[in-house]
Ligand binder design. Structure first.
Ligand code: PLP
Length: 399
């Protein structure tokens, strides 16, 4: 164990399985560790740094705002927050924005709003339907909406009123939804669950069922928005209009900020005093998000992500042809994955890290790729040739 590992272990809670590396600097897709070794980053802070590390526009906005006003609270109007909300509303099908600090908080706000809206409308339904294998966060509400029992262990009883259905199965949704349902919450592509895109027609079908029963459709876009899937928001692929969407991760390009966007009529249930956040959308966080969103929009980065994502996807399919250990290639835009037949694949992550490439493992055997939207073809090729070598070590075990 090296020095920083010992120091960390002595003072930090043991809830993370950290890799034995400490990054001290980043620029674009590149990272440097404390020993000066250079890496190419294909995780981007878990889909958070969509513009790459230390993007000059975001850095400039942070520096400028930090000199003016960092925090003031939502007891007052905040210029950068208003401007950010205007831009989010202009570029989405939603009308009102609540700001918070993370994805779990954005979902918490959405779940609370759904229940309150149902009561306000005199419907009184309180049940929320979510999908198995989903991930919505770690606070009690969002954890209760998360359809993976491994995350519940030791924390029960969870918040009552959550039901789970198989993701992508419209018949199950039809059987589960009724007049007591106040909302359905889904990810357009299940991220932490192993990168499973919603099947074609599924979200439209769920939208129809929500309309028939008066339930709200909440789309958790914490991982899928901000151009990641090749559109600013993932729901644009399905051509549905959700009642609520939640954002975080890439909204501030790594600076913590979350948001819940809702239709005007739905948002009206949040009257003064019903929900709040001290830091939510503070001047500094809003300035980072504003610079991030402007950069994505002005440079058509969602479209870029789509194009380069297609190339990346095709190269992963090529890799699959040569490696019997690859079970499936999945994903949309620049949220891509390789599912391996091997049981545990930490050694691939380790091997890649030794070669200078950071990739992610989810669900034990799914290699996940979430590079910056500005990733270059030659960076993808370099990473894939290293991966080719690492996978060749596993192939003989599964032939
Ligand atoms: N929702 C989704 C879809 C996520 O992927 C995540 C995090 O991975 C969250 C919510 C929770 O976000 P946070 O970690 O910012 O609370």
């Amino acid at each position: 164990m090296n020095d920083f590992q010992k120091r960390a272990e002595a003072v930090l809670t043991p809830n993370y399985r950290r890799q034995p590396v400490m990054f001290v600097r980043g620029k674009g897709a590149k990272l440097w560790d404390s020993e000066g070794k250079e890496y190419l980053d294909f995780v981007a802070g878990i889909a958070a740094v969509n513009l790459g590390h230390c993007h000059p526009e975001v850095t400039r906005a942070l520096r400028t705002q930090a000199k003016k006003l960092v925090h003031i609270s939502n007891h007052f109007y905040i210029e950068t927050q208003i401007e950010l909300a205007e831009l989010l509303v202009k570029n989405s099908s939603l009308d009102r924005v609540f700001f918070c600090n993370s994805g779990t908080e954005a979902n918490e706000a959405a779940l609370k709003l759904a229940r309150r809206y149902s009561r306000e409308k005199g419907k009184g339904g309180y049940e929320i339907i979510s999908a198995w294998n989903s991930f919505h966060g770690r606070t009690f509400g969002s954890l209760s909406a998360t359809g993976q029992e491994k995350f519940w262990k030791g924390f029960e009883p969870l918040v009552p009123g959550f039901k789970f259905v198989e993701f992508g199965n419209l018949e199950q949704m039809k059987s589960a939804i009724n007049s007591n349902t106040c909302a359905v919450i889904l990810e357009p592509v299940q991220g932490e669950g192993g990168v499973y895109p919603a099947p074609p027609g599924y979200l439209q079908g769920v939208r129809k069922l929500c309309d028939e029963t008066g339930a709200l459709l909440i789309l958790d876009e914490v991982q899928t928005a901000m151009g990641r899937l090749g559109k600013l928001f993932g729901y644009e692929w399905a051509d549905v209009q959700p009642d609520i969407i939640t954002l975080a991760k890439a909204l501030g390009n790594g600076f913590p900020i979350g948001a819940m966007l809702a239709k005007k009529d739905v948002a009206e249930a949040l009257v003064p005093g019903t929900h709040a956040s001290t830091f939510g959308g503070n001047p500094l966080a809003s300035s980072a998000a504003l610079a991030t969103l402007k950069t994505i929009l002005e440079n058509n980065l969602a479209e870029r992500a789509q194009k380069i994502g297609e190339y990346f996807h095709s190269q992963l399919n090529r890799l699959k042809k040569n490696h019997p250990c690859i079970k499936e290639v999945r994903g949309v835009g620049l949220m891509l994955a390789l599912e391996l037949k091997a049981e545990r694949c930490e050694r691939v992550i380790e091997g890649m890290r030794e070669k200078g490439f950071i990739i992610n493992l989810t669900h034990n055997n799914v290699l996940r790729f979430l590079p910056s939207l500005l990733v270059k073809r030659k960076e993808i090729s370099k990473m894939l040739s290293a991966l080719d070598q690492e996978l060749a070590k596993i192939d003989p075990e599964v032939i």
